[in-house]
Design a protein around this ligand. Structure first.
Ligand code: ARG
Length: 459
């Protein structure tokens, strides 16, 4: 029978219940936080005169031993102990005897689990941000090399207007920057200590929550204990932030998959980060971006699953809430390895600037510039200019040419007022550079964006 069931419940629990009720198989992930929290807790109990110095010492030493046992793989995680909190307390009792039974004074597993889980989530907000900064650096390195690499900018996956590759990747730099800021703001908002709330209503002991929070590095102490032991918003924020980040990663992955197809051939993933087919020897498959795209699904699932667990729960703690951890652990692990492997795949992929350049010759990317020319230089309304440009594009198609390759004579057949200045306007690089409005794709604006990200990374 587990130690927790020894109050009102006299018979030992059934094996089936032990198995069903236990969370130790997964919440052992929280052992570091649990030990850290207990050490801070007994320091506070001693400072407040609730336990003796000797008890505190013995407990801390015992907890350090347990930490080593776990880290050396010598620790026995037993489902009979139910969860990591009871497991460590039971082991401590075996190690140091009755003093161990003082560690749970003025707290409950409800604030204990809220503390451990929150500390885990806070630590990972930071670790994920750090990994994302590495990804940002790699993107920026690529961007610096490709300001002059033209490729077709697309809408509806159709050639639209010429842009450069740096500009395209800068869109992702912007997304990942928002992601980092989201993790950082979640960290700030949730850096609040839950410990000392006890089961739901606070504790009659003269505890010092401020001191305990300070020992654990929290910014402040939670306001209302009932809320604190019921609150899993911090975990939901983690799942939401990861979901948005994975959605960004998935969109980039989708582009990498397209770009590495023979139809695009814009990039080639390195051998190290590509896989082969079991039957077709000529194949090199983009499994990395495909898996990144695929893993996004489970991260969304984890978010929806915890939102659903929480939605109907009366205050305060309910055992349903034990379901909060596996999804978070899974999403955190998934997103960390995802960022790492994406960073490496980008760092090692080759970029085929010539193929990108070649692709700009298709799809009349400067057709909008021709319409603008007819409007500003030849007195057309934009709608009429749009219509005439459509006719010119049709003609170019018939001739197997891009609109930027038409001669002045050919253009003048449609509109005699077109002058030879149009020829340079229709050149793709000039078309790109014409988009010099703030945040646009011109080389000047692209360089400004790179500078912005460089400053941000340096700060
Ligand atoms: N293993 C539990 C969980 O993860 C710990 C809290 C248990 N509290 C309780 N009153 N049963 O949620």
């Amino acid at each position: 029978m587990s130690k927790v069931a020894s109050g009102k419940i006299k018979k030992s629990s059934s094996k089936l219940l032990d198995e069903f009720n236990a969370s130790i198989m997964f919440d052992k992930e929280l052992y570091k936080e649990d030990i850290k929290g207990s050490i801070a807790h007994v320091k506070m109990l001693y400072k407040q005169g609730i336990i003796s110095n000797e008890s505190m010492r013995k407990i801390i030493d015992g907890l350090e031993v347990i930490k080593k046992e776990i880290e050396n793989g010598e620790y026995n995680f037993d489902i009979k102990d139910e969860d990591i909190h009871m497991s460590i307390e039971n082991r401590l009792t075996k190690l140091i005897g009755d003093d161990a039974k003082r560690v749970h004074t003025a707290r409950s597993r409800n604030d204990q689990v809220a503390l451990d889980f929150r500390m885990y989530v806070l630590r990972n907000f930071k670790e994920i941000s750090t990994l994302l900064l590495e990804l940002e650096k790699v993107l920026l390195d690529i961007e610096k090399e490709h300001v002059e690499t033209l490729l077709p900018g697309m809408t509806h996956l159709q050639h639209a207007q010429p842009i450069n590759f740096a500009y395209h990747l800068l869109a992702y730099s912007s997304m990942f920057k928002r992601d980092i800021e989201r993790f950082e703001s979640s960290y700030k908002r949730n850096n609040i200590s839950p410990i000392g709330c006890a089961a739901l209503a606070g504790t009659p002991y003269k505890s010092d929550r401020e001191y305990e929070a300070e020992l654990l590095g929290f910014e402040s102490v939670s306001i209302n204990c009932l809320d604190t032991v019921s609150d899993r918003d911090f975990a939901l924020e983690m799942l939401f932030n990861i979901s948005v980040l994975m959605m960004h990663i998935s969109r980039l992955s989708e582009e990498l998959i397209l770009w590495s197809s023979s139809e695009f051939s814009f990039v080639e993933l390195s051998d190290e980060y590509s896989t082969s087919s079991s039957i077709m020897p000529q194949k090199k498959n983009p499994d990395v971006p495909e898996l990144l795209r695929g893993k996004t699904g489970r991260c969304y699932g984890n978010l929806i699953s915890l939102l659903t667990v929480m939605k109907g729960l009366p205050l305060a703690y309910n055992k349903d809430m034990q379901e909060d951890k596996e999804g978070v652990f899974d999403s955190v692990k998934t997103v960390k390895i995802s960022i790492k492997i994406l960073t490496e795949a980008l760092k090692t992929m080759s970029i085929k600037a010539d193929k990108m350049q070649q692709a700009t010759k298709v799809g009349h990317l400067s057709a909008t510039d021709l319409a603008d020319y007819l409007t500003t230089k030849c007195g057309y309304t934009f709608r009429d200019a749009y219509k005439l440009t459509g006719e010119i594009v049709g003609y170019a198609d018939d001739k197997g040419k891009d609109v930027s390759e038409l001669s002045l004579k050919e253009l003048q057949k449609f509109e005699p007022n077109i002058k030879d200045d149009v020829l340079s306007i229709l050149q793709l690089k000039n078309s790109m550079n014409a988009r010099n409005s703030q945040g646009g794709t011109s080389i000047e604006q692209t360089k400004k964006q790179i500078e912005f990200f460089q400053k941000w990374l340096d700060s």
